[in-house]
Ligand binder design. Structure first.
Ligand code: ADP
Ligand code: MG
Length: 614
């Protein structure tokens, strides 16, 4: 058989490598921003168009490249950052693989303009699908400008795989946050489709956080500072009361590089334990400085996962440092000392003086006599307690009938409001019963149905919201005083994406600024006090799962609203609400499954019951 193994041509190899390095426009932004930082730039501009699909440009004032270097930088494994394998263990730069430019040039139209301090003139190179189209000597300022156009122009499958412009823009913004937070001493300007997104002058870390996440962030921050032989931990955590439904503001940096570490994240959660509401996430911006020899950043191609030599020690230190900060800045006591009503002294003992308890000894007591007498059918020894004045213990506890009683009877709050609006629909002939504040039981011809109240209500609300979105007929209630909610700019970005759909369910928006929104009206089903929670939940759901098209966006919106607004297990429903829920459920298009594909009810037929009695 003839030999069949061949070396792949460079441009094919580059295209394959590009698959690892460049997944989407934000990957290009990350690589190019990192190159600019590595080149020692103090000012960086990022310009994108159409979510980076059409254009990404990064201009820096770094050290630039000579003509030869400029040409070489597009070769695979061409790097100025390491020379030998050992250098890998003493990295002070972001890049080191020498793959980024080669990969990007393999799948896009690239134009580089660069000049060093010493050179009189600069170099312009045009690349297309790994081929040099032009190289010329030009007049240029010191630094480098990289223009990347028509990403994936030669790989249509990958281009089609890209999400909407807004979603890609959001990914780019995330990368921008990470890099600009890691380098507050560098000034950044970010433009999208011709308008400003961020103008960040050089600053300290705290101010950079505030520049990015909005003015209101400042008051939320608690500094963290600890230096040991193994690690220097610095940065900020957010006060527990500002913990959010979304995970947005969680940043670890190791030696100025953004990293993801579920393990270290867990350490932070441990430190916040008991201080934040369940289902909410603490915010943090933490820098870990370690000896470059003790971390390995080589384990992931896009380099957000790193391996620390001594993770266990780091974990323990991080947890105790964060705990310490929470305590030191008086963050914990404020919450710890919240009075627990259950531990309060009851009734009128509260104001009584505490006396020394007295032991009263019955000198005439004879144990042998007691045995004797009990035999002799007498109960005299047990007839009277020997404590004098015991009746007084109960003074003040009398239940007076004039309504001035000190005793309060706990009453259950019956949640009927949600269903009030449709009382007239309720069919009074149906019998319903609520079991363990979780199930509604009702009779049908052939037996009975056991309905999970929360899931049933989710189904009802889900269909209602979906219908509202589709036919755009929602009714909203105007708020007397518009609500102003503050959000970070990336959260605003998500809100902008779903705003149109939110309007169709009945939200009315006022002004939308960079760091907050004004809400003027809410759907009739939504209470004003729930708005913040709903918005946070929505943003968090959309952050985690990015819906591709408008149908899945509506679907997700309806699901989130249904989940947030539905009655929960543990809520008592009055009879009207029970019957209304049953009727509403069976008027739905789909009755058996909740929007999250969970079983809504089960039936027990008369036969089933009879069989049990055999
Ligand atoms: P790496 O960053 O891993 O070295 P890249 O492909 O990203 O690989 O870049 C290759 C080389 O090109 C770098 O090592 C650097 O010498 C040079 N380079 C890239 N971008 C810039 C820039 N903005 N300014 C100066 N030099 C740059
Ligand atoms: Mg690089």
């Amino acid at each position: 058989m003839a030999d069949i193994i061949r070396l792949l041509p460079d441009h094919v190899a580059n295209q394959i490598a590009a698959g690892e390095v460049v997944q989407r426009p934000s990957s290009v932004v990350k690589e190019l921003l990192e190159n600019a930082i590595d080149a020692g730039a103090t000012e960086i501009q990022l310009i994108v168009k159409d979510g980076g699909k059409t254009l990404i440009q990064i201009v820096d004032n770094g050290k630039g490249m000579s003509g030869t270097d400029a040409r070489l930088s597009f070769e695979r494994h061409a790097t100025s950052k390491i020379q030998k394998a050992e250098d890998l263990f003493n990295l002070h730069t972001k890049g080191f693989r020498g793959e980024a430019l080669a990969s990007i040039a393999a799948i896009a139209h690239v134009e580089m303009l660069t000049k060093t301090e010493e050179d009189e003139v600069g170099t312009r190179i045009k690349m297309e699908g790994s081929k040099v189209i032009a190289q010329e000597v030009v007049v240029a300022p010191k630094g480098t400008s990289m223009l990347v156009k028509n990403l994936f122009f030669n790989i249509p499958a990958r281009r089609n795989f890209l999400k909407s412009d807004q979603v890609e823009f959001r990914h780019i913004t995330d990368e921008f946050h990470r890099i600009s937070l890691a380098h507050p001493q560098v000034a950044f300007n970010f433009y999208n489709n011709g308008s400003d997104v961020f103008q960040l002058p050089a600053n300290n870390f705290r101010k950079r956080i505030v520049q990015i996440f909005g003015r209101k962030t400042d008051e939320k921050l608690v500094p963290v500072d600890e230096e040991t032989q193994v690690v220097k931990i610095s940065g900020y955590i957010q006060k527990p009361e500002f913990a959010k439904k979304s995970r947005g503001e969680q940043f670890f940096f190791a030696n100025n590089r953004f990293i993801k570490s579920p393990y270290l994240h867990h350490a932070i959660l441990g430190a916040f334990e008991g201080l934040i509401r369940p289902g909410t996430h603490p915010g943090y911006f933490l820098n870990l400085e370690v000896d470059p020899g003790t971390i390995d950043i080589n384990i992931h191609p896009t380099k957000t996962e790193v391996k620390f030599d001594d993770e266990h020690t780091l974990y323990a230190m991080l947890k105790s440092t964060v705990k310490h900060s929470l305590g030191q800045f008086n963050v914990t006591p404020a919450l710890d000392f919240e009075q627990d009503q259950n531990l309060d002294t009851p009734y009128s003992y509260k104001n009584k003086e505490v006396g020394i308890p007295q032991v009263v000894v019955d000198s005439s007591f004879n144990p042998f006599e007691a045995v004797k007498t009990s035999k002799g059918n007498s109960t005299s020894n047990y007839s009277k307690p020997k404590v004098e004045g015991w009746e007084n213990l109960y003074s003040g506890m009398e239940v007076s009938l004039d309504g001035n009683s000190n005793l309060e009877f706990e009453s259950e709050v019956v949640n009927s409001s949600i269903f009030d609006e449709g009382k007239e629909v309720v069919d009074h002939t149906t019998t319903t019963f609520q079991l363990r504040k979780k199930y509604i039981i009702t009779t049908i011809k052939s037996g009975m149905v056991v309905i999970n109240q929360s899931r049933a209500h989710q189904r009802v609300l889900y269909e209602k919201f979906l219908k509202n979105i589709t036919i755009k007929e929602a009714v909203s209630q105007q708020l007397l005083f518009p609500l102003t909610l503050s959000f970070s700019s990336s959260e605003i970005c998500i809100l902008n994406e779903i705003k149109e759909n939110l309007c169709t369910v009945g939200f009315v928006f006022g002004e939308v600024a960079d760091d907050g929104v004004e809400i003027k009206g809410v759907p009739v089903l939504v209470a004003e006090s729930e708005v913040q929670m709903i918005m946070e939940q929505l943003i968090s759901d959309f952050q985690q799962e990015v819906p591709g098209d408008s149908f899945s966006q509506s679907d997700m919106l309806a699901k989130t609203l249904a989940k947030t607004l539905s009655v929960k297990t543990g809520e008592t429903l009055d009879e009207f609400s029970q019957v209304k829920l049953v009727n509403d459920l069976f008027a739905c298009k789909e009755t058996t499954l909740s929007p999250f594909n969970k079983k809504v009810y089960m039936t027990i037929t008369e036969n089933d019951i009879e069989r049990k009695f055999i």
